[in-house]
Design a protein around this ligand. Structure first.
Ligand code: EPU
Length: 433
């Protein structure tokens, strides 16, 4: 994917300390799939606690092109999706290329229409991001799948049949595709080595409210028994553990004190344990948690793995924390090989990071130094903004749209926590592929 001339950037005044409280909305990586799951039932689905992020509006536009009427009210935090009796089964390339999560409509469309044509997705520049497990799962349920003119075309004219599907790896996306395709299939589908992320549990909960029969979501074995029809429901999206984790790490990085309202500590056990080892004080409350860091953090190692392992989506923040820590640490990335391009940007701010294959070795420095940098994906962008907060002088983070894709009013929240951060027009000419 090529961008020219990103329109906005963050401008960050350094040497900040974050102090105060933030509210976490529903999870990006759940709401996008819940919006796709609404395709499974005729009628109006209402989602609540919907985050005000760019990806939600892309998904709403995608659903509109399929014949639905999707309305997002960012002030109320709701999305209503009116799904007609007949939905179209072909997804437009222009929208799909902006949003990796658009592949989530593949399972629901195939289950509901017996045919789906979804352009091969774009999204973050973080690695190869295959679809082989999605495809193999659907094929074992009787679908014929091929790639044609840049589209994944899946067909099951006489419907999908239940099957036993073994995933080579607990892929979040493949687990969701198969689960959503299986709810209207005939018979029982068993997904072995399924992903266990809280977002999978949330999607299974909404599907169950719609009338689906699903057992084992949140475990490595999910069993789905197909039903004839589902009904539209009203559902509250699970809080975003990655956004909550971002604020937790932000408190530690800036040696601040943040109350993360609506953050679920039970979804962040490993990251919070790492922060505790780094020297942070963590208090779990009824409606969230609080992270306070008084002194310079100690360096801590981390290895990204599927849930309940350390989330790849918090890896960039962990590198940033280590970059200003007292000591040296190793961060290992096991999911997305492209995510270390972030480390190169961080070195522009004076961080000592050396990468070799899956590993990043970081030696903490007392202070970073402000510079212009570029966001390469949602998490990298947010981490660079946080790094700018603990740099001397001013930092500018270009390609701000990456951050807008996953964080509701990131700059506004930072200002409310006491930082001097603005989003402004960007005149930097940028080209990358
Ligand atoms: N993979 C394959 N073949 C497949 C499916 C996955 O090789 O058929 C590989 C991927 O290339 C990757 C690994 O398996 O190396 C993990 O992929 P997974 O399917 O688990 O991830 P995803 O569904 O593509 C979601 C989130 C990511 C998050 C990962 C891991 C969404 C829209 N995206 O991606 O979120 O990092 O799970 O937890 O849900 C983000 O929010 O910034 C983000 C990138």
């Amino acid at each position: 994917m090529a961008y020219s001339r990103p329109v906005e950037r963050f401008r960050i005044a350094g040497e900040a300390r974050l102090d105060g409280s933030v509210e976490v909305a529903g999870a990006k990586n759940s709401v996008l799939k819940l919006m796709a799951a609404s395709l499974l039932a005729e009628g109006t689905t209402t989602l609540r606690s919907v985050p005000g992020i760019l990806d939600v509006s892309f998904m709403a536009q995608l659903l509109d092109t399929l014949g639905c009427t999707a309305k997002v009210d960012t002030d109320a935090g709701t999305a209503t999706i009116a799904v007609p009796g007949d939905v179209r089964h072909q997804c437009d390339y222009e929208l799909v290329r902006k949003l990796r999560a658009s592949i989530s409509v593949l399972g629901p469309l195939l289950g509901r229409c017996g045919r789906a044509e979804v352009a091969l997705p774009g999204g973050d520049n973080i690695g190869s991001r295959g679809l082989n497990m999605h495809v193999a799962g659907l094929e074992s349920m009787g679908a014929k799948v091929h790639i044609e003119h840049g589209f994944v075309v899946a067909e099951a004219p006489s419907g999908l049949q239940g099957a036993e599907v073994w995933l080579d790896f607990p892929s979040v996306g493949a687990t969701e595709t198969i689960m959503m395709a299986a709810v209207l299939a005939s018979g029982t589908t068993v997904i072995e080595n399924a992903a266990r992320e809280p977002e999978i549990v949330d999607i299974a909960s909404m599907l169950t409210e719609m009338g689906a029969q699903i057992e084992g979501a949140g475990t490595p074995r999910i069993a789905v028994t197909g039903v004839d029809r589902l009904q539209a429901v009203d559902h509250v999206v699970v809080p975003d553990r990655i956004v909550a984790g971002t604020w937790a790490l932000a408190a530690a990085i800036t040696r601040g004190d943040i109350l993360v309202r609506n953050g679920r500590a039970e979804h962040l056990e490993l990251p919070l344990d790492k922060l505790h080892r780094a020297g942070a004080d963590i208090t779990v409350l009824d409606d969230g948690f609080r992270v306070r860091m008084d002194d310079r953090p100690h360096a801590v190692d981390a290895v990204t793995l599927p849930f309940p392992g350390f989330p790849t989506d918090l890896q960039a923040f962990m590198i940033t924390l280590n970059a200003v820590s007292d000591g040296a640490a190793m961060v290992t990335e096991n999911l997305f090989e492209g995510r270390f391009t972030f480390a190169q940007e961080l070195t522009r701010l004076g961080a000592h990071v050396q990468t070799d294959g899956h590993h990043a070795a970081i030696r903490g420095v007392e202070r970073l130094s402000g510079a212009p940098v570029v966001a390469t994906d949602t998490r990298a962008g947010a981490a660079l903004v946080l790094a700018g907060l603990v740099a001397e002088g001013e930092t500018r983070v270009s390609a701000a749209h990456h951050v807008h894709r996953g964080y509701t009013d990131f700059a506004g929240n930072l200002r409310r926590l006491g930082a001097d951060v603005v989003v402004e027009p960007d005149d930097t000419e940028l080209y990358w592929t």
